[in-house]
Design a protein around this ligand. Sequence first.
Ligand code: GLU
Length: 476
Amino acid sequence: MANHVSFFEQVNRNFDRAAALTSHPRGLLDTIKSCNSIYHFTFPLERENGEVEVVHAWRAEHSHHKLPTKGGIRYSLDVNEDEVMALAALMTYKCAIVDAPFGGAKGGIKIDSRKYTKNELEKITRRYTFELVKKNFIGPGIDVPAPDFGTGAREMAWIVDTYTALANDKLEGAACVTGKPIAQGGIRGRTEATGRGVAFVTREVCGVEEDMKALGLSRGIEGKRVIVQGLGNVGSYTATFLQEMGATIIGLLEFDGGLYDPKGLDAQAIVAQWNALRRGEKSIHKLEVPDRAQKLASPAEGLELDCDILIPAALENQITALNVDRIKAKIIVEAANGPVTSDASETLEKRGVLIVPDHYANAGGVLVSYFEWLKNLAHVRFGRLERRFEEQAYRRILEAVEVRTGKSFTEPELKALAHGADEADLVHSGLEDTMGPAYHRLREIRAQHQVDLRTAAFIEAINKIAICYQDLGIFP
Ligand code: GLU
């Protein structure tokens, strides 16, 4: 295809644009940019009908400046070497931006998971893990996978089970993968972390008066008209949390269509209906269309509708040179990885659209993965030691207030005020505390260099990674 720019090239173009604004030597920048290792392997799968097919799988470790490397595993027919390398690179920059101390990695298996039975998927996942163990591409201190498009807690449970059966480090084995079910060492809040993070980010963005004014919008998330593409793990939670925060979800899009209501959809109810559909049967056309809502024949149509905020939360390359001129959103929050191509991004920026880049916007997932990894290494649930102590301390303070004021609190008031933080509270706190401040840092870099937010986020990542190499003393 003429003019075709691969996904990894697009990431690198964005990198180069930012790198030119730093003062690091070329050799150092090239070291950061290149993908360190990529492992492509195939294995035969005997289907339940007796047929044998060859499965193609990859794992890319983009950067080892910090160990372990970290990143999800996706199951999709679009998986290929270039995509895995691009996504691994984005993980490197993402981790740097939110201070998750990992290098970037990504894995993928080229299958349409909807076409396989549970047993076949288990066989594929366990074999994939086995191959990674054999080549030293997985381990708590080596490379730690997580869920991504087409995978979830169930796949992670198969991975940890296979890994611990094979590997020697039984004590730390649970930390070989994140996004696990709670009973297997997972952490509360990981499933919804990426969506919750995207919602926090969107609220933070809308909270900046100056930026909203420039876009002709009022300050605050309340009443903002939002369209979300993707009802998977990221999009479903993003829409639900944003609705809770007061946004109006006017469009929800999936692979085969969408629902649209300019007065607002009930995202929670639609997500519940979507989740109740069986795997392989999921379709927008199987959903009950709420009263005022309109059904859209294709997701492409939904991306082009008038809205304040567009949140692509599905796959890469959704907004390209082909549809960019018809995009009407004023703000685009990249919940998916690479949903806006670098050309389209430039066009939108020139038009004054505010794009919140993927490697910052969707970093909530890997951030909470970091908390899960820490929990596994520590072998203790967050809050386990201090929750009761905190509650008692708060109660003592409240009792002292009662003595001083002569007024007493009701039991429900005491319960609410003297609440000690449990694991879920601490995970939310850690997420909010990182995502919000990171945005303001990116805005400062944007102002300092007069660039867009994507370039600012790359500058931030490059500078943080560069320090790790500079300390080695090999670069001037
Ligand atoms: N797959 C997610 C991402 O793209 C999460 C990765 C992780 O938790 O390691 O960020």
